[in-house]
Design a binder for this molecule. Structure first.
Ligand code: FEO
Length: 171
């Protein structure tokens, strides 16, 4: 049986991952409303990945006989005034998510919950990739986003992103 604090933190993380999906969906909608469908595609796929993350936390709780508690998902209320805004918010958000995962890992370490530490290893690596992707987009936009032709090409590049299921599979 998992430690009570770990169960609470994992349930909180389910909520945070679904919130992340909501946040990215909101960003996708903002870009689609502004005719940047490629950016919209990138964030729609990002939202799908966040739903996958939430489902992995749910499955892990269930596999360990812990009760899943679904909490209300906050409304995303970021204001986007220019095309660069969602990119900056997304990078900040991924750094925040990394801090949440690190905190669960820290508590698991303290209570010697090696199973949860091993489960979280995948997310530690994933967060490294998520941060690198988000930061990469911020940099690309700074370089190319202000020029309409370059923005057009960047939008096309982001339109080519395709979804792939997470490499972590829980039976
Ligand atoms: Fe689920 Fe983008 O971290």
């Amino acid at each position: 049986m998992l430690n009570e604090k770990i169960i609470e933190l994992l349930n909180d993380q389910v909520n945070k991952e679904f919130y992340s999906a909501y946040l990215y969906l909101d960003m996708a909608n903002y870009y689609i409303d502004n005719d940047l469908d490629g950016f919209g595609n990138w964030f729609n796929i990002q939202a799908q990945e966040e739903r996958d993350h939430a489902m992995l936390f749910i499955k892990y709780l269930q596999n360990n006989g812990a009760k899943v508690e679904l909490k209300a998902i906050d409304k995303p209320n970021e204001e986007f005034n220019k095309f660069a805004d969602p990119l900056e918010v997304s990078y900040d958000h991924e750094q925040y998510v990394t801090s949440l995962i690190n905190n669960i890992y820290d508590v698991a370490y303290t209570v010697k919950d090696f199973r949860t530490m091993q489960f979280l290893d995948w997310f530690i690596k994933e967060q490294g990739e998520e941060e690198a992707n988000a930061s990469g987009l911020v940099k690309k936009y700074k370089l190319f986003g202000e020029d309409p032709k370059s923005l057009y090409l960047l939008n096309q590049e982001l339109a080519s992103r395709t979804y792939s299921a997470p490499t972590l599979v829980l039976d």
